[in-house]
Design a protein around this ligand. Structure first.
Ligand code: GCV
Length: 667
């Protein structure tokens, strides 16, 4: 095996008092039997067996009949448990696991394993858990040739040279996902090209079905990315116009074929009319026309169409300050609320631009009342250090989830809008762009695995504490030793603020090397067509998105519209996203913009040096291999942070002619 087990690395706990609970484990569920139940149960039992063997050198007796399982629990009490929910109880030295579905048992089994690994005393344990979101999904941007768009941890684990791969690692992928509650995945890139265009045709569907079946045996529903122009690219039609009869008929027939192979396929993810992708705009149709033709074709089979709101034409003239890429998703989708078929789910990026280190939330959240949607975040660190620099993203995601939209007087946070609780909008769950590849440690940087783990745990429950996530992940991955936990937690918790300090300031975004998106290039996109500008001159910097500018700030509900429109009320960390201000403008923190830029860039670099010293202090406390990998990357991070510090400080010093109050070295 040339890959590692990361947080499912089961170590020996031989003399631990919990071993007595692993003599017999009773498990049962109250749900109607489903196609993959048998396979699920086999995998659950196997996971418990293997882990018990590794932890305690034991072979537990598995009791899976209802009579035994109810020794300590009454089934009636659990009949109302939500699908995927479960209860674990210890009584009379026996662990009993009950759920309303086989899938719930899977999550319960991994919960039990997690508690054992974290050395929690199982005596008298009673815990009932259920996810708060329906869809908990990963998106892979993997191409058939094995490359991964924005992949920073090797090649694809799903594709190689135009072929699909299914092996032991595919199974371990399922185990990792299931262990944190992820229940859906898209394995191919939203930019559908090459062989992927033909994934909806026979030769590929055979292999895809095998993978889909394996995923289903771990409670994971497979989705595929779809080429909107497939009627032309694959079907040989002259058009892909969603209102054309031949196109409508082509999609119907295609979906019939697809579902005859894979009846349990979740559906398709579509990126249309964006960054060169085909879409309904080519035919003067709107986004609902585009999504609905697919939705109607897939409806008889119970599938859904996940339609991305990342729609913009990427052809902006930098001279034109009236056009604002940040507005595009809102402008294209807000007026279509209620126009989508009921099996269309919109997928909305957390912010209006593109996964920057800091952005306001997308104003569509809370505005769509009659449309289903998902929140999309990115754990692939495209703009946040590319898994070379450490950037633990979970606190940022928690911040996003807890942002109030003000669409109602209560329960109006993004977390509540995308949760299963009754609500005014139509939220359905959360999606992350994956950060894994075929590197032995899956995520390139060993610490980047905390983002995958944390995303899964957060997708299960928005209000899980960050401390719990980190304690679980560090303990399972490295060790429960206090020194290790404290040090790794400290590094991770410093990492997002540090990167925010040393990269583009005050929410202005980008300033990265074009195309690669790593390392500074302040003017890299300034005169380009992608709509991502800082608009700095010798007097000031920032984008005017207020009512005197593009009007974007007023797309939010009050009081946010007023807060963002006001130069003195806008939060400092978003100031340059919303306002163009002089360098001498005084922030709410009491500093001028220019002094803040200097201070944060000096500090950010110092923070990274401190993170290095923390990493060095782990010598002898964790295994050499991961530590040496981390140290290698840390060297690059230090180099990168130094470049950012000096290039930003020097650029703005030259432009503003304002000296640093502390006379530090600016080149
Ligand atoms: C898959 C950004 C990335 C692209 C990505 C796109 C998207 O623009 O740079 O690589 O394409 O987002 O989310 O579709």
């Amino acid at each position: 095996m040339n890959w590692e087990q990361v947080w499912l690395h089961y170590r020996s706990l031989k003399n631990h008092s919990n071993s007595k609970y692993f003599q017999t484990i009773a498990l049962t569920h109250t749900g109607k039997s489903k196609t993959f139940d048998k396979a699920l149960l086999k995998n659950i039992q196997n996971e418990l067996m293997v882990s018990a063997q590794k932890f305690f050198s034991l072979e537990p007796r598995m009791v899976d009949d209802k009579a035994q399982a109810t020794l300590s629990l009454t089934l009636d009490a659990h009949a109302n448990l939500p699908f995927e929910g479960y209860t674990i109880q210890e009584k009379d030295d026996q662990i009993c696991l009950i759920s309303s579905s086989a899938q719930g048992l899977l999550y319960g089994a991994f919960d039990l394993i997690r508690r054992v690994m974290c050395e929690e005393d199982l005596t008298s344990l009673t815990v009932t858990e259920a996810p708060d979101k329906h869809f908990r999904m990963l998106n892979h941007w993997d191409n058939p040739d094995g490359s991964v768009e924005r992949g920073y941890s090797g090649n694809s684990i799903f594709f190689q040279d135009g072929h699909l791969i299914m092996n032991e690692r595919t199974k371990d992928y399922c185990r990792l996902l299931a262990s944190v509650g992820i229940n859906a995945t898209v394995i191919n890139n939203v930019n559908v090209k090459d062989e992927a265009i033909a994934f909806v045709s026979e030769p590929y569907l055979v292999k895809i079905k095998e993978i889909a079946d394996l995923f289903a045996s771990y409670g994971i529903q497979l989705f595929l990315s779809l080429d909107f122009a497939a009627p032309m690219d694959l079907g040989g039609l002259k058009t892909a116009d969603p209102c054309d009869d031949a196109v409508i008929a082509w999609w119907k027939e295609r979906m019939q074929i697809v579902y005859s192979f894979i009846p349990h396929l979740g559906g398709f993810l579509v990126k249309a009319d964006s960054e060169g992708r085909p879409g309904p705009f080519t035919y003067q149709r709107n986004q609902a026309d585009g999504a609905n033709v697919l939705a109607q074709a897939i409806k008889p089979f119970g599938g859904v169409i996940i339609w991305r709101c990342f729609v913009y034409n990427s052809q902006q003239d930098w001279r034109d300050t009236t056009i604002d890429r940040a507005r595009s998703a809102y402008d294209y989708f807000y007026n279509l609320d209620g126009k989508f078929c009921d099996n269309v789910i919109l997928q909305i990026k957390n912010g209006p631009i593109d996964f920057q280190i800091r952005e306001p939330f997308m104003p569509l959240f809370g505005k769509l009342k009659k449309t289903r949607y998902l929140l999309e975040v990115q754990i692939a660190q495209e703009y946040t250090g590319q898994q070379i620099d450490i950037c633990y993203l979970i606190p940022w995601f928690q911040e996003i989830l807890h942002m109030r939209t003000y669409c109602a007087t209560e329960n109006d946070t993004i977390a509540s809008l995308i949760s299963l609780a009754p609500q005014s909008g139509g939220g359905e769950g959360i999606v992350a762009v994956s950060n894994i590849g075929d590197d032995p440690n899956w995520t390139g940087h060993d610490l980047a695995a905390a983002n995958l783990y944390g995303f899964g745990r957060l997708s299960w429950k928005s209000d899980i504490s960050n401390n719990q996530i980190l304690t679980e992940w560090c303990t399972m991955t490295f060790s429960s030793e206090k020194k290790v936990l404290d040090t790794i937690k400290r590094i991770l918790m410093m990492s997002h603020p540090a990167l925010e300090k040393y990269s583009a300031p005050l929410g202005v975004g980008f300033m990265v090397t074009p195309h690669y998106h790593y390392a500074p290039n302040i003017d890299g996109y300034e005169y380009d067509k992608w709509g991502t500008y800082h608009r700095a001159d010798h007097m000031g910097i920032g984008n005017d998105r207020t009512d005197t500018g593009t009007g974007y700030a007023s797309l939010y509900y009050e009081p946010l519209a007023r807060i963002y429109n006001g130069r003195d009320t806008c939060p400092d960390n978003l100031l340059l996203f919303f306002h163009h201000v002089p360098y001498t403008h005084v922030l709410q923190n009491g500093k001028t913009v220019i002094q803040h830029i200097y201070d944060t860039h000096f500090e950010g670099y110092e923070d990274v040096l401190f993170m290095r010293s923390l990493l060095d202090s782990l010598d002898g406390f964790i295994e050499d291999l991961p530590l040496s990998r981390m140290k290698e990357r840390m060297k690059k991070q230090i180099y990168n942070a130094r470049e950012w510090r000096d290039q930003i400080n020097s650029y703005f010093h030259k432009l503003s002619w304002i000296d640093d109050e502390h006379q530090r070295k600016i080149y």
